[in-house]
Ligand binder design. Structure first.
Ligand code: SF4
Length: 388
């Protein structure tokens, strides 16, 4: 490849970037070229053709720009990839056994990481621009950038069987960000696959979301279902969700490469204590104002109170805790049909059949929403085995 600056200059610039990245708290910084992921476009097109992206239509709309960094910014000459380990202070899986508590994905237990990472990337990019006299743009997650293939091309890690990036030194808990620049910086060597015969991430998945290693059907993934999916959760996934109300960490948490990260990392994004395992009862009581206040600055806020309550009600239905019935019952009359529908399912799981039938008779008389009526019917049918 053509590098117009001298090797000495390139090496110095790289060292400068590595020091800046470390000072901002990133664990890994590596560089690749905009033409380093020629296979990514075809893989993305196959993923979209199979419908594995579900309702994430923005992936279709931005597919062309995603496939090639130069389609996003024709002047880009180097892509700087940065990774920060956000591994939890303790194992996040035991909370899954505390059925009256909610499991919130590790990355969402504090401030929105997009804000944190973007601020740091801007600092580094600003100093790079000042030093190299180049133009820069920073991207985190929501931008149409294929961060994982680019990070693999830069040598940060490889896309594991769970499709997330895995680093030999920093495991699977990685936030990624990128800086595109017109400066020419010496690229690093790509990383190769080190998953070997391990299939821990595939085997632990509660919803069987991997049709094959290295392929994820997002429509079955609890992260997608609890965060991206807007409508009612399909009945087949409700039991498997357990008490996961925002995201799912299972496939990341079991990755054996995390043990190397534990030796190396200090926790940078500390979890809010009240988001580690909040009681379902508290969450069921949140109205819109209370939801916004409780999740102020948190990524959870972006799904909105109704979708959030839908998730909490599924967890309540899985809790075996009849003490939650009073709260569930209040939500049967919630203004949101999404919430009323999920409350119906939770009621069917927690209440005595006789009581369920009594409420069904009373509430379906005035219910006008077809999705809620369908929930009442489904629950009734499952209880009685009666055909429509
Ligand atoms: Fe399966 Fe959870 Fe991983 Fe999604 S996040 S693929 S549901 S283990």
């Amino acid at each position: 490849m053509a590098i117009s600056i001298s090797d000495t200059g390139a090496a110095k610039l790289k060292r400068f970037l590595a020091e800046e990245a470390k000072a901002e708290g990133f664990d890994i910084m590596a560089v690749t070229t905009p033409d380093a992921i020629p296979q990514a476009g075809a893989r993305l097109r196959q993923y979209l053709a199979q419908g594995h992206h579900g309702t994430m239509v923005w992936l279709e709309e931005t597919a062309e720009r995603r496939a090639d960094p130069r389609a996003l910014w024709p002047e880009v000459r180097s892509v700087i990839m940065l990774a920060m380990n956000y591994g939890p202070q303790s194992d996040p899986l035991p909370v899954l056994s505390a059925k009256d508590r909610a499991a919130i994905s590790v990355y969402a237990q504090n401030r929105d990481y997009h804000d944190v990472i973007k601020g740091k990337l801007k600092q580094i990019a600003g100093r790079l621009a000042a030093r190299a006299g180049s133009d820069v743009k920073v991207f985190v997650d929501t931008a149409p950038v294929m961060e994982k293939p680019l990070a693999e091309a830069a040598g940060i890690g490889w896309q594991g069987k769970h499709t997330n990036l895995v680093s030999r030194s920093h495991g699977s808990w990685l936030f990624l960000g990128s800086i595109f620049t017109t400066a020419e910086i010496m690229p690093d060597m790509p990383e190769t696959d080190h998953c070997g015969s391990c299939r821990a991430c595939l085997d632990i998945c509660p919803t069987d979301a991997f049709p094959a290693p290295y392929r994820l059907d997002a429509r079955r993934c609890i992260s997608y279902l609890t965060i991206e999916h807007k409508g009612p959760i399909a009945p087949e996934f409700r039991k498997a969700m357990g008490n996961r109300i925002y995201g799912c960490d299972d496939c990341l948490a079991v990755c054996p490469w995390n043990k190397f990260a534990e030796e190396a990392h200090e926790t940078k994004l500390k979890a809010r204590d009240d988001l580690k395992a909040p009681p379902l009862e508290t969450l069921l009581a949140l109205d819109d104002a209370a939801f916004r206040a409780f999740f102020s600055g948190s990524p959870v806020k972006r799904i909105g109170r109704d979708r959030f309550l839908r998730n909490v009600l599924i967890a309540a239905g899985n809790s075996d805790d009849a003490g939650l019935l009073a709260r569930v019952e209040q939500l049967l009359c919630d203004p949101s049909p999404l919430v009323r529908g999920a409350a119906t399912w939770a009621l069917s799981q927690l209440s005595e059949p006789k009581y369920f039938r009594k409420l069904r008779k009373k509430l379906t008389a005035s219910e006008r929403d077809d999705t809620v009526l369908a929930e009442w019917w489904l629950a009734y049918q499952q209880e009685t085995g009666e055909e429509r």
